[in-house]
Design a protein around this ligand. Structure first.
Ligand SMILES: NC(=O)c1ccc[n+]([C@@H]2O[C@H](COP(=O)([O-])OP(=O)(O)OC[C@H]3O[C@@H](n4cnc5c(N)ncnc54)[C@H](O)[C@@H]3O)[C@@H](O)[C@H]2O)c1
Length: 310
């Protein structure tokens, strides 16, 4: 049985990924500081092959202890998104960059790393973003993820880097700062969406597909090692207006188009996913199905602002 360490395993993606790996027969250790509590783990905490460690990725000794004896390190722990990083830049850099350095330092020969990066590393792109497109992130969040990527690529650790699209959908730890989740929440609870940069092209991936790419990468690691992968699906590139209109098919709300804001990451481009697609990965959950699920879940969830990343 293979041992997998998931840093940030109690988070949005991690709380879906952990039970998926347990079901597939891996022994899983979650290493997390529990910024958002441990509730997301309660649905599967009884599993005999699950260990839970409360620890801080910024502490080298704690990381070293957690990494020891693992076969796979799935490194997800981070301060996620530009608002959260801008709110505490020191925390963002020490967690996202220094934390990654701690993981690399702790890793031993033979252990393999899969790193959760982001499309926010690209910055403003004209045309289609491929893995070869030069990255020029515009926000601190994007820069911390770029710097972590570089540390990994410059190391001699065996690795794959996954650059995720914007994830949406439900999870034991739900996030409401993500575009589609936020739109559905606003439509349900405020009966309006204020839409700016509606023509901006964005790229999305359902949360279960974001989790599913990890067992896929583990199984295909020999073919995927040493490379960067955009993680998403060409069928999931939409403008913000298209997303709002899709939600409107199911919820009656007022779509207020006004140029009152701007995306600091300036994400307005299509992303090419052929590198991952060629290996056999494609998203299973589409926009309509994911929105239908969110309406069910967010309709009965009225979360206090505290639980929002933004
Ligand atoms: N969700 C998305 O749309 C998306 C898109 C692109 C990339 N990613 C990347 O995927 C990863 C997971 O994102 P998520 O959406 O699950 O975010 P999340 O905020 O839900 O999860 C992050 C987890 O990291 C933990 N953490 C934070 N600081 C820590 C520290 N110092 N020590 C230990 N644990 C710490 C948090 O407690 C949390 O459980 C991140 O690296 C993120 O950059 C996510």
């Amino acid at each position: 049985m293979e041992n997998v360490l998931i840093t940030g395993g109690a988070g949005y993606i991690g709380s879906l990924l952990t039970p998926m790996l347990l079901e597939q027969g891996y022994r899983v250790t979650i290493f997390d500081s529990f910024l958002f509590g441990a509730m997301p783990l309660l649905g599967f905490s009884r599993h005999p092959n699950l260990e839970i460690v409360k620890g801080d990725i910024r502490r080298p000794e704690a990381v070293q202890e957690a990494v020891r004896g693992q076969d796979w390190i799935l490194h997800l722990a981070a301060i996620v998104g530009y608002p959260a990083c801008a709110a505490d830049p020191y925390l963002a850099v020490s967690t996202n960059v220094d934390g990654t350095r701690n993981v690399l330092t702790a890793m031993e020969r033979g252990q393999k790393l899969i790193y959760a990066s982001t499309g926010s590393t690209y910055g403003k792109v004209i045309g289609i973003a491929t893995e070869e497109t030069p990255i020029a992130p515009l926000t601190l969040y994007g820069r911390t993820k770029r710097d972590a990527e570089k540390l990994i690529r410059d190391s001699d650790v065996e690795h794959s880097i996954l650059r995720f699209a914007t994830v949406f959908g439900s999870a034991p730890r739900i996030r409401l700062d993500l575009l589609i989740n936020d739109f559905v929440y606003q439509a349900l609870h405020n009966r309006q969406i204020v839409l700016f940069e509606g023509h901006f092209r964005r790229t999305f991936l359902h949360s279960t597909d974001a989790a599913a790419v990890y067992p896929f990468t583990i199984k295909n690691f020999e073919r995927m090692a040493g490379r960067i992968y955009n993680v998403g699906d060409s069928s999931m590139n939409f403008t913000k207006r298209q997303v709002a209109l899709e939600i409107k098919k199911s919820i009656d709300f007022y779509l207020h188009e006004a140029e009152v804001g701007t995306d600091p990451d300036q994400r307005d481009y299509e992303v090419d996913y052929s590198r991952l697609k060629t290996l056999g990965f494609s998203a299973e959950v589409g926009l309509t199905e994911g929105i239908r699920e969110l309406i069910k879940v967010l309709g009965v969830l009225h979360l206090p602002n505290l639980l929002r990343n933004a």
